[in-house]
Ligand binder design. Sequence first.
Ligand SMILES: Cc1cc2nc3c(=O)[nH]c(=O)nc-3n(C[C@H](O)[C@H](O)[C@H](O)COP(=O)(O)OP(=O)(O)OC[C@H]3O[C@@H](n4cnc5c(N)ncnc54)[C@H](O)[C@@H]3O)c2cc1C
Length: 439
Amino acid sequence: MSKSNCSRPHVVIVGCGFGGLAATRALADVDVDITIIDRVNHHTFQPLLYQVATAGLNPSDIAQPIRNIVRKQANARVLLDEVVGVDLDAKTVTSKSDTLGYDYLVLATGATHSYFGNDAWAPLAPGLKTIDDALDIRRRILLAFERAEATDDPAERIRLMTFVIVGAGPTGVELAGAVKEIATKTLRRDFRSIDTSTSRVVLVEAAPRVLGTFPPKLSASAERQLVKLGIEVVTSTPVTDIDAHGVTTENGSISAATVLWGAGVAASPIGREVTTETDRAGRVPVTAELTVDDHPNVFVIGDLAAARSHGEPVPGVAPAAQQGGRHAARCIEADLAGATRPTFVSIDGTSPAAATRRPLVEVATSKWSPNAGTGRGDAVSDSGPAASITARAADIRSAQLWKRRSGAFSSAFPTTASNLAGSSGRTEVSRGGSSDRCA
Ligand SMILES: Cc1cc2nc3c(=O)[nH]c(=O)nc-3n(C[C@H](O)[C@H](O)[C@H](O)COP(=O)(O)OP(=O)(O)OC[C@H]3O[C@@H](n4cnc5c(N)ncnc54)[C@H](O)[C@@H]3O)c2cc1C
């Protein structure tokens, strides 16, 4: 077992997404040693994954090497590894290659896709959570158009130019908008035999309305906007099967070469290492301090936590994860100072009502707006295109700011713990990203 070879309290942070990174930074001036363990070598700005999936941005635009981000933080070290177990009594975490002791543990491993028990659908209908997912989706979309251009078979051409998105939550709605946009605008002039703007984009939802967790008025507005963009919205229609030909629903089948998954999200399985009582989404119930019951030195934050603030569930959004990370750091600091720990309060902007993931369909399509990324969005209104475009521009600006603040501009060509297996274990960060429109 590896031990932290120092006398200071050892804080192990598992996962360096929004929550883990915020915790790390907030502990920069605290008298502790930090070990960050992540299974990938980069921090990902997930809100812009759509732009990578639809070839609008490169991976290196939204990913930054973790090692690089914390290079000036003397009390932090980084391990590229995948955590597979936690022993609360022994105070250890076990990764694929080691076991590490901790004084404080911060679990921030986020969420993943859920196929509701139909795991065989995963390779047929990828979801969007990581850079690898985004590149896989990009490759599928672009290859479908290439094959449609090459074929002489009209039926096959229609199948190749049909895209089905399963699930009309925020992810599905944004994906549908993004795919339609790439077909109608980005690629429109690039092909000779096909008119990409005639592509079918079908959004299939089991529930009676899109964005089912939002107020009905917003759902109705989003559906109208989707339809206006030319997206076929099919509600009250559960998908019963997905295969190489397309999807089968309770109301018939749709022949499609590309099926994308936006239907289910489940918390990281690491949560089950610290409790047997996860909620339906696999999230860990936490105390008002964001700790696991009876283990005040084990924090669970971000998408992995079923946290509450002001009696309301804290939503799975980036600001809430960051607040959780900073809160864990403040608690550790308070312990070391012999002070009382603060109670977690999710501040304005992350209440369920206020902090939705800006799911309106324009969010997915606004990157091609002349104003996107320039800060010159239309006047902000409460809803509708102007607000969404401004929101996406803000996202792009915050990604840029995030890169600048991290103090480095080197590209993070994604590296994962698993693709290093068998190598010396050194993390190689190669320069340069893939180019736009490369499948
Ligand atoms: C496509 C998409 C769009 C989104 N858009 C928005 C938006 O517009 N606004 C918004 O606020 N939120 C948005 N979100 C949600 C937001 O990104 C999440 O709420 C946020 O990332 C949660 O942060 P986290 O730290 O809990 O987890 P994450 O940021 O997911 O980080 C988890 C980290 O843990 C690592 N990890 C996982 N398992 C292990 C393991 N076993 N061992 C080691 N490392 C591990 C992962 O590699 C990752 O680095 C979006 C999410 C997605 C997927």
